[in-house]
Design a protein around this ligand. Structure first.
Ligand code: PLP
Length: 399
């Protein structure tokens, strides 16, 4: 590749990537090493909730870097306390643990649930540790979070799995009930399965699951790494169904592009003892200062309303594309949406959209018959219309 004198093969190969190097990003746009521009509907994989390099992030990074970057997790720092307070003030949770990735936040949630299951054993006095998760769920790429995930094939690639995860079917309470044993301690789910193909849990399912877990003395854990931080039009997706979970994890949008994640719990489940949990970079002031600036932006008057309005516009636009090209419709919440193609043309569309000239379009196809849109939450209606025009041209070119 002509990009530089350096060698791409120095990187450990983990996935197929196009021969492109992205050198600049602003808002909904990225530029590659040849100067070509792309309308970016990946946004760092649903991460850049304010688009590429928003001013509030640049300001927070600069101001905090000049103050202090790494006092160590052995001491308090101001931005982490501020961000934790903002999160608890705007959710049903009382305590926050910061980490660096979604998988790490989920590991923390799994550990906290197991700890609670040790302190609240079954009738025989045995620790409870089993966690019920769901088919097609995605919780991360560490060994425990891969074991918790319901991605087909993931049970064997790095066998043996971490034990203790049983898989139910989303939106089917009876399938959860069947898996409960005297070792069960928690149920964990994404309010909208993101990687699984944008499949929402129904409000009715969320409510009945909350009732069921309360009756059985089980923790309800929501993985809001993708759905949280305004993505669905509410600050957190659990608010769509009006329930209050016991533990929630956040990632992706909370840092808007910098590595930051969080695990939140209610006071009575805050059972870690000194030494149980930690991490070198956890809660570092540089990242949490960004998190606080991002959350302030999301909480500003009108911001979440824009997410709802833009989500509706994207849905309507997708339905127009559906009618025009004979597709199968769309689904999702807020700005986490998918277009159902009805045939396995997703990968071809992604490829051709990227190669459009003079301006490319970056899209994601989590399943061959589906496109997932992950725009910045401050995406404009114009940028939605522009995407739809480009996409429509690509679909026509395949017919
Ligand atoms: C992306 C994602 C994760 C993993 O987050 P990482 O930061 O990649 O570790 C976990 N859960 C959900 C729902 C996700 O979408």
């Amino acid at each position: 590749m002509e990009f530089s004198q350096y060698d791409i093969d120095s990187l450990l190969s983990i996935t197929n990537r196009p021969e492109l190097v992205f050198t600049e990003g602003r808002g909904m746009w990225m530029t590659d090493h040849r100067g070509k521009r792309y309308l970016d509907y990946l946004q760092g994989w649903a991460v850049n909730c304010l688009g590429h390099s928003p001013q509030c992030m640049l300001d927070a990074l600069e101001a905090q870097a000049k103050k202090i970057i790494n006092p160590s997790p052995a001491f308090y720092n101001e931005p982490s306390i501020r961000l934790a307070s903002m999160l608890t003030a705007n959710s049903c949770f009382d305590r926050v643990f910061f980490a660096n990735s979604g998988a790490e936040a989920n590991e923390g949630a799994i550990k906290l649930a197991r700890k609670w299951g040790q302190k609240n054993p079954n009738k025989k006095g045995e620790a409870r540790y089993e966690i019920i998760t769901f088919d097609h769920s995605f919780h991360g790429r560490t060994l425990a979070t891969m074991s918790a995930s319901g991605k087909p094939g993931w049970d064997t690639i790095f066998a043996p799995q971490v034990p203790g995860f049983l898989k139910a079917e989303l939106n089917d309470l009876a399938s959860v009930e069947r898996l409960v044993t005297d070792r069960t301690v928690a149920v964990m789910l994404e309010p909208v399965q993101g990687e699984g193909g944008v499949i929402p849990a129904t409000n009715e399912f969320m409510r009945s699951l909350r009732e069921f877990t309360e009756q059985r003395d089980l923790l309800l854990i929501v993985d809001e790494v993708q759905t949280g931080m305004g993505r669905t039009g509410e600050l957190f997706a659990y608010q769509l169904s009006g329930i209050g979970p016991d533990i929630m994890t956040l990632g992706k949008g909370i840092g808007a592009g910098v590595p930051l994640s969080a695990m939140l719990c209610r006071e009575r489940f805050a059972v870690f003892e000194p030494g149980d949990q930690g991490g070198t970079y956890n809660g570092n002031p540089l990242m949490t200062a960004v998190g606080a600036a991002v959350l302030e932006t999301l909480l500003a008057p009108g911001f979440l309303q824009h997410v709802k309005d833009a989500g509706r516009h994207l849905a309507e636009t997708s339905l127009r594309l559906t009618a025009k090209h004979g597709l199968e419709g769309e689904r999702g919440e807020g700005l986490l949406r998918a277009l159902k193609l009805g045939r396995d043309i997703g990968p071809q569309i992604v490829e051709r959209a990227r190669q459009l000239e003079p301006v490319g379009l970056l899209l994601n196809s989590p399943r061959p018959d589906l496109l997932r849109f992950m725009p910045a939450l401050n995406v404009s209606f114009d940028e939605i219309d522009q995407m739809a025009d480009m996409l429509s041209g690509v679909i026509s070119s395949l017919d």
